[in-house]
Design a protein around this ligand. Structure first.
Ligand code: 4AD
Ligand code: MG
Length: 477
């Protein structure tokens, strides 16, 4: 008989029918009740063995974390809160385990502890839920763009350009680190390196996506990006996944409209597709919040927050308006901000973003028209010469979830900006070509996938929403 997934058994299993399931033992009680989980759903299947009929040696191998195949008959459940349970007739141990040495015991472990057991943590209810939601979100992302007529493009991972100009890149090289070839001035001679030039892991696929948008129209990327920023926060990873749509003939307003529609659409889909996991995570979130001091607690539950975002429009505010709000805010006047808001043009820190979203507006906020000096070279300059057509979307509990802009499509303005910012123009020859041959207004944005997963699952630390997190001083597994 072919094994069936526990999700299907619990949804459609008819009493008195035979069935085979395969999974891992979560708990084994009273030498009788096995809670079996196969990852297909958060729920375990209760399986009842007749220990008197089992050989001693077999019984001994039914332990937490062992992998079993169980064959039997589905019967009406006596009280496990489920419709059916499995009356086991045949037990096969697929993979025995040593429950004494198995690091994950049937009790609550801290997330920090589980991060050190990242190879096994997906066998817990919390991590399996988070990863199923992550998968559903990824599918919804593709679905949204495909339904909107976008084309999925794969931009390079190894690149010669620093799209964000922030210089936080991981070098890719095959030179001998002990004896790299040097040129006459004592610097590394990249001519001898694998690609014959200096290359890095990409920080963003945007520049290449622009090239494809100016031919295919509407495109999106969804891939890994890498940043060597030394930020040990709950919001930063050195390796994270980003979704970057890029649209020809879009201005900033079109861009903001798409971003809002995109986020609400994927959240809606996941609300209906991941009901069980989200219900579990909602309860988990509640418990976590209750353990925090009153003032730090989220005013809304997890499901409540997601529904709120889906049902309410994002608030759109220019940087200049936000600056005035912040300058006149209580925490600024009482000097409660670590970075006081003193003059127009300062970059906003996460304390400011969170004040706007969580205290002032109480909803997701799109900030636009930022000062040119705090944004990347490629953003379209406004007529005021001071601001650029940038937009960031700020989310409660997360801060910045999206960064995007209308792109500078005018060759002369772009070249001038590149020179002002002392960026290597030679490297960008092809990017400038796009402005020489049929340049049109175009726009795009980048959404940090893990930050979206964080928002949807209510996990406080970004390290807990990606299978194997990479952060400063940590690349285990
Ligand atoms: O604001 P960023 O740097 O924008 C770009 O990279 C643009 N090229 C995007 C575009 O217009 N196509 O990054 C975009 C988003 C951020 O808003 C944030 O959600 C996420 O990527 N992000 C990170 N997520 C996790 N760890 C990090 N270190 C992140 N850095 C950015
Ligand atoms: Mg940004």
């Amino acid at each position: 008989m072919k094994a069936v997934k526990i999700k299907d058994v619990l949804q459609n299993g008819a009493t008195n029918s035979s069935c085979v399931v395969q999974g891992w033992v979560r708990t084994f009680r009273a030498n009788r009740f096995i809670a079996l989980n196969d990852g297909s759903t958060i729920d375990n299947l209760q399986c009842v063995v007749d220990f008197e009929a089992l050989e001693e040696s077999l019984l001994k191998q039914i332990t937490t974390s062992a992998a079993l195949e169980l064959e039997g008959t589905l019967v009406e459940s006596q009280g496990s809160g489920q419709k059916v349970e499995l009356q086991v007739e045949k037990t096969t141990v697929l993979g025995a385990s040593d429950p004494e040495k198995y690091p994950i015991q049937p009790k609550k472990h801290s997330l920090e502890f589980l991060r050190e057991k990242a190879h096994l943590r997906v066998r817990t209810a919390t991590f399996s839920s988070v990863m199923r939601v992550r998968s559903a979100l990824a599918f919804a992302v593709h679905e949204f763009f495909q339904e909107e007529g976008f084309f999925y493009v794969n931009t390079p991972i190894i690149t010669g350009s620093d799209a964000e100009g922030a210089g936080e890149m991981f070098r890719v090289s095959t030179l001998d680190p002990k004896k790299p070839a040097l040129n006459e001035s004592g610097e590394i001679n990249y001519k001898n390196d694998f690609f014959g030039k200096e290359t890095n892991l990409t920080v963003s696929g945007q520049l290449e996506a622009e090239s494809y948008a100016l031919g295919l129209g509407d495109v999106y990327t969804f891939g890994p990006t890498f940043r060597a920023e030394n930020s040990n926060t709950t919001r930063h990873l050195a390796e994270f996944w980003m979704i970057e749509p890029e649209m020809a003939f879009y201005d900033l307003n079109d861009n903001m409209n798409l971003a809002e529609k995109f986020i609400t659409s994927v959240l809606k889909k996941v609300l209906s597709r991941c009901e069980k996991d989200l219900h579990f995570l909602d309860e988990r979130f509640d418990k976590e919040e209750k353990s925090k001091p009153q003032l730090e607690r989220s005013p809304m539950g997890l499901l409540e927050k997601i529904k709120f975002v889906v049902e309410n429009d994002f608030k759109r505010v220019s940087y200049s308006e936000a600056y005035e709000i912040l300058r006149n805010s209580k925490p600024n006047k009482k000097k409660k901000f670590q970075f006081p808001i003193t003059e127009w043009g300062v970059d906003l820190q996460s304390e400011h973003e969170r004040f706007l979203v969580e205290k002032h507006f109480n909803c997701p906020v799109i900030l636009f028209d930022y000062p040119a000096n705090i944004k990347a070279f490629y953003m379209r300059r406004n007529d005021d010469e001071k601001t650029v057509r940038a937009m960031d979307i700020l989310f409660p509990g997360i801060g910045e979830i999206v960064g995007g802009s209308q792109r500078e499509e005018r060759l002369d303005v772009l070249e001038k900006r590149i020179e002002e910012m002392e960026i290597d123009k030679e490297e960008l020859w092809w990017y400038l070509d796009l402005r020489r041959f049929g340049s049109v207004p175009h726009s795009g944005f980048g959404l940090g996938f893990e930050r979206l997963v964080q928002f949807t699952t209510g996990m406080n630390n970004i390290r807990d929403v990606i299978p194997f997190p990479r952060t400063p001083q940590n690349a285990s597994f």
